[in-house]
Write a new protein. Structure first.
Length: 319
């Protein structure tokens, strides 16, 4: 398998091959300025793309603000064009931009490059370019970057953090379950209370995770091995994504990561009134298992106010 590497150009040794590629691919003889101030702007990051340590392409990423960045001066050596080097280059730059907190990439695509950008997820959309004017016809294009959540195994030091987030977890659920009983009422001090989750840090049959997006707390996941079915190996005890990250595919990606890591017979139970959660789990499990799961309604003995639960059962080894 060929090794590709994205390398920041931050010295003359790396800038020289970048200039050579640009001169060969993008500019007519005598038109290129190797000392253009835009390449020295600290918010403009120049890169070489290496194949087996050989420079084969270059790109510049201009950080417009804390969330948007412009893709500029994309060039692939002629002998490497048509080999998917460009798409690999853009993928590497997307990963770099995402790691810097960028949510959207923009570019002014040459007319001949429109199809290339469309194939990698860009769409035609106007954006305000703070850079210098463009002499040739281009098409403004935009790509919104998908947020990638990280699962981090929690330790006892994370216990207070999860308990604090659990207040918002209960608040979210109260939208749908709040009228089941008075136990769901907001306490007089104005602070929702959750079950104590300390046992997830003390019992070997339980596991806790923090969810982070770009190093920002985004929720938690609590797993246990206690299911309603005798063959259950893993049960989704609690699952919470904070409001700002809901509806963005984060929850489904987190669930997929969990199911791919912990293989076996799974079950997810949902309070009937919690229709939004039921809809989420049905869709997520359907996609993960290709509709190969069972759904039933059972009664449990630990909730007198609402003993019914939807039970979704599946085997992640068959995915």
């Amino acid at each position: 398998m060929r090794e590709f590497k994205l390398v920041r150009c931050n010295n003359e040794r790396s800038l020289s091959p970048m200039h050579e590629i640009r001169e060969k691919v993008l500019f007519a003889p005598g038109e290129y300025d190797r000392h253009h101030p835009d390449d020295r702007n600290p918010n403009h990051h120049c890169f070489l793309f290496l194949l087996e340590n050989k420079p084969v392409a270059t790109i510049r990423l201009d950080f417009i603000n804390s969330h948007d960045a412009a893709v500029r001066l994309v060039a692939v050596l002629p002998e490497y064009q048509g080999k998917k080097i460009g798409s690999k280059l853009l993928k590497a730059v997307e990963d770099y931009a995402r790691g810097k907190g960028i949510h959207k990439l923009v570019t002014n695509a040459a007319l001949a490059a429109k199809k290339f950008y469309e194939n990698i997820g860009f769409v035609s959309e106007n954006w305000i370019d703070p850079g210098e004017g463009i002499s040739q016809p281009t098409i403004p294009m935009v790509k919104k970057l998908k947020l990638i959540p990280k699962l981090i195994k929690a330790t006892i030091t994370d216990y207070p953090t999860i308990q604090n987030m659990a207040r918002f977890y209960v608040y979210d659920m109260s939208r749908y379950c709040g009228f089941i009983s008075k136990a769901w009422a907001l306490p007089q001090d104005g602070l929702y209370e959750s079950h104590d989750f300390r046992k997830y840090f003390e019992e070997p049959s339980r596991t806790a995770f923090l969810v982070k997006v770009e190093d920002e707390l985004a929720g938690f996941v609590l797993l246990n091995k206690m299911g309603a079915r005798p063959d259950t190996e893993w049960n989704m005890g609690e699952f919470f994504i904070i409001a700002k990250f809901q509806g963005k595919g984060i929850g489904r990606e987190v669930a997929n990561q969990i199911w791919k890591t912990y293989l076996g017979n799974w079950e997810v139970s949902v309070i009937p009134e919690n229709k939004r959660a039921l809809n989420f789990w049905r869709k997520a499990i359907t996609r993960f298992t290709n509709s190969y799961y069972q759904e039933s309604v059972i009664e449990i003995d630990y909730d007198k106010s609402q003993p019914k639960r939807y039970l979704l059962s599946f085997d992640t080894r068959k995915n």
